[in-house]
Design a protein around this ligand. Structure first.
Ligand code: LMR
Length: 336
């Protein structure tokens, strides 16, 4: 389809070279874990992104069916499927963006950290494959526990001598999506009108919605604000409970991850990007990975917008979040 795009412009009278210069190359996105509960709806949403001309699906099972199914969607995106550990390298080769959703989700009574042992090996294997086959790809990790797996992934990339802190992300967009939705409900307004920074990490008290900086302003009493914050922090558990033993959130994560991927790709393309938070290497606090609002460019992170102004309650919450994150980060780094 990139050929089609350049032919199209050539017909308009430009040389093939001009075509290549004018048409920003189209993007190849690989989804690892594509046949799973998050991977399937995410891949469907990615099919609608006109910047993606090649969507590569990888999983351990069922990839053939999912990719055949998606290949009937009437968009210009090519779909390819690869299955099994032996095809992982092929699946990520030459990708501009690899989104990792592979691994186990939580069941009732579990914390995200309890998934670490189960999911660490999958992330190590995938990140090694990326390091060897698409070292310049942006990497977006959705698999939990994000707080621990992202620093661990950084370590794996360092060992392969290809770590670039501007290209590795833990996807925390779901926390922003939830904050927008819950605050939107509270005000009875469209969530799209809610702008609220969510910083920190992606688990319990490390999820820090900064309601003092919300637009429109949340003029509510302390108790009400505390309740909103707690709902955002515990929203993942709300879904685990509602699914009654059949896993954790999938559809809202797919929605959020698609939104994040779109911002990354706009950056790669050189367009002005929306600001999205993500969990990245950071020197803003004592936690060397920390989510803050970012904007993106052709090399990944273009600008880290830093920690927004905090009120006294939020300052205290930041201390607890940082101390929690430091432990998770240390665990990830020492595992490698
Ligand atoms: C979420 O926030 O819904 C996800 O991180 C899944 C989970 O385990 O809660």
């Amino acid at each position: 389809s990139s050929l089609l795009a350049s032919r199209h412009i050539c017909w308009a009278g430009l040389s093939p070279l001009a075509c290549r210069l004018q048409v920003r190359r189209n993007f190849k996105v690989s989804v690892v874990g594509a046949a799973g509960g998050i991977g399937q709806p995410l891949s469907l949403l990615l099919m609608y992104n006109s910047m993606i001309t090649e969507l590569v699906l990888h999983d351990l099972v069922n990839v053939k069916g999912v990719s055949a199914d998606l290949s009937h969607v009437s968009t210009a995106t090519d779909v390819k499927g690869f299955q099994g550990p032996e095809q992982l390298e092929k699946a990520v080769r030459g990708a501009d963006l690899v989104i990792i959703t592979a691994g186990m989700g939580r069941g009732p009574g579990m914390t995200r950290e309890q998934l670490f042992e189960i999911n660490a090996k999958i992330i190590i294997q995938t990140v090694n494959a990326i390091a060897k086959n698409s070292a310049h790809a942006l990497i977006a990790i959705v698999t939990n526990p994000i707080n621990t797996l992202v620093p661990m992934a950084a370590e794996v990339l360092k060992r392969n001598q290809v770590f670039d802190p501007n290209r590795l992300f833990g996807v925390t967009t779901l926390d922003c999506v939830r904050a927008e939705r819950f605050i939107g409900n509270y005000f009875n307004i469209d969530p799209k009108e809610v702008k609220v920074p969510v910083i920190g990490g992606h688990s319990g008290i490390t999820i820090m919605p900064i309601l003092s900086q919300c637009k429109p302003a949340v003029n509510a009493d302390e108790e009400c604000i505390a309740a909103l914050v707690q709902r955002i922090q515990m929203a993942g558990d709300e879904i685990v409970l509602a699914k009654e033993g059949k896993g954790s959130a999938t559809l809202s994560i797919a929605y959020a991850t698609n939104r994040f991927a779109d911002a990354l790709l706009k950056g790669l393309k050189g367009d002005k990007t929306p600001i999205e938070s993500a969990y990245v290497q950071s020197d803003l606090t004592e936690a060397c990975f920390f989510a803050t609002p970012l904007s993106f460019g052709p090399k990944g992170i273009e600008e880290n917008h830093g920690i927004p102004e905090l009120n006294d309650v939020e300052k205290l919450a930041l201390e607890s979040a940082v101390s929690d994150l430091k432990k998770s980060i240390e665990k990830g780094i020492s595992y490698v």
